[in-house]
Design a protein around this ligand. Structure first.
Ligand SMILES: Cc1ncc(COP(=O)(O)O)c(C=O)c1O
Length: 356
């Protein structure tokens, strides 16, 4: 149905956000890179204490920022907390991008990037990934023009799982102008085991135009509560604070994040279990003949090409709900340990060269 109401044409043409498919109660939901574990008892306890829903939360998330600042060796002004890292992305893009300005990022990458750039009024410049699924940082640096305001780097890259090496990252930073805002999206940082991968947290002092984005949604298992944080120069974070919708980080989210940090050892033990499963899944898929890229997040990328939609249906028949990106491939989250054997069995049926 059409409406006479005048909307921004680029927004009217923008498809609304589509969530990864929900799973039937007896199926495994491997479509949204969520953490399969139940919340820690300490987190449940913290939520039970947070019942004052008639009061607004602390708009500055001061308690959480203080703990994060100490851990990252920065001042509290150099930490900004928002309702998930997708909110952070939005805030920084709104702060830096105006009509006609360009934002460079790799593609395929996190599916939210194109929409967020459009909403900010900017133009996306998508630089194809290398054949191994990694960022082509030389091409990205070459794509930066006078009109570029932001570069978004995603490591590990959603959905391919590849990381950016410290050497490639440093070469990129040396090649781009220092007035370019570089957002390093490290939503899956805790799952990284490759020692050559860039670790943004130690680099913001050296690169004043760098802001690192992190989240409690993945490794910490707080996806439903919506809380993430940025680390970077206070002036850049102040600009994001200015575009933020105030009070959107709830008291529950702040308390749960604090409780998670207090019990980090337990959480990181779970991360290790996910990492072990991830490495097992990737090794199994490589054995089956799949060209699965380096997997450093809590997911693997299965290059199913033109057969992507059919492959997603086959996996669904096996009770495995995954995220298809047709006609390129499937992103499969590492979920419950019990899902892994079923996954490897189903992928064997689909494997290149498998007899059907
Ligand atoms: C690369 C990347 N960045 C950011 C996010 C957003 O996470 P959240 O808004 O839950 O912190 C996601 C979620 O899937 C992601 O994959």
């Amino acid at each position: 149905m059409t409406s006479p109401v005048r909307l921004r044409p680029e927004i009217a043409a923008l498809p609304p956000y589509r969530q990864g498919a929900q799973a039937a109660p007896d199926a495994f939901k491997l479509s949204s890179n969520e953490n399969p574990f139940d919340p820690l008892p300490a987190v449940v306890e913290a939520l039970r204490d947070a019942v004052q829903v008639n009061r607004y939360p602390d708009a500055t998330a001061a308690g959480l920022r203080a703990v994060l600042a100490e851990r990252h060796g920065v001042t509290t002004d150099e930490v900004h907390v928002a309702a998930g890292s997708v909110s952070l992305l939005s805030q920084f893009l709104l702060a830096a991008v105006g009509p006609g300005d360009e934002v460079v990022y790799a593609w395929r990458s996190f599916e939210a990037y194109p929409g967020l750039v459009t909403v900010a009024g900017g133009t996306s410049v998508q630089v194809p990934l290398r054949p191994d699924g990694s960022h082509d940082l030389a091409a990205m640096a070459a794509a930066v023009t006078d009109r570029t305001r932001v570069a978004v780097l995603c490591s590990p890259n959603n959905p391919t799982g590849t990381t950016i090496s410290t050497a490639d990252f440093e070469a990129f930073m040396a090649a781009v102008p220092d007035h370019l805002l570089v957002l390093l999206d490290e939503a899956y940082a805790e799952f990284v085991t490759d020692e050559h991968a860039v670790r943004g947290e130690s680099l913001t002092e050296r690169h004043p135009n760098l802001v690192v984005l992190r989240t409690f949604s993945k490794a910490y298992g707080l996806a439903a509560l919506r809380v993430g944080f940025a680390v970077g120069a206070a002036t850049l974070l102040d600009a994001a604070r200015s575009t933020a919708i105030a009070l959107s980080v709830t008291d529950q989210a702040q308390r749960a994040a604090l409780a998670s940090l207090e019990h980090e050892a337990e959480l990181l033990e779970r991360v290790e279990r996910v990492v072990a499963l991830r490495d097992r899944v990737r090794a199994g898929l490589l054995d089956q003949g799949w060209a699965v890229p380096e997997a450093q997040g809590n997911f693997v990328w299965l290059p199913t090409g033109e057969g992507t939609a059919a492959a997603a249906r086959t996996l669904a028949e096996h009770g495995l709900v995954v995220r298809p990106f047709a006609p390129e491939g499937l992103r499969i989250t590492i979920g419950e340990p019990e899902s892994v054997d079923a996954l490897l069995r189903a992928c064997r049926e689909l494997a290149p060269g498998a007899s059907r």
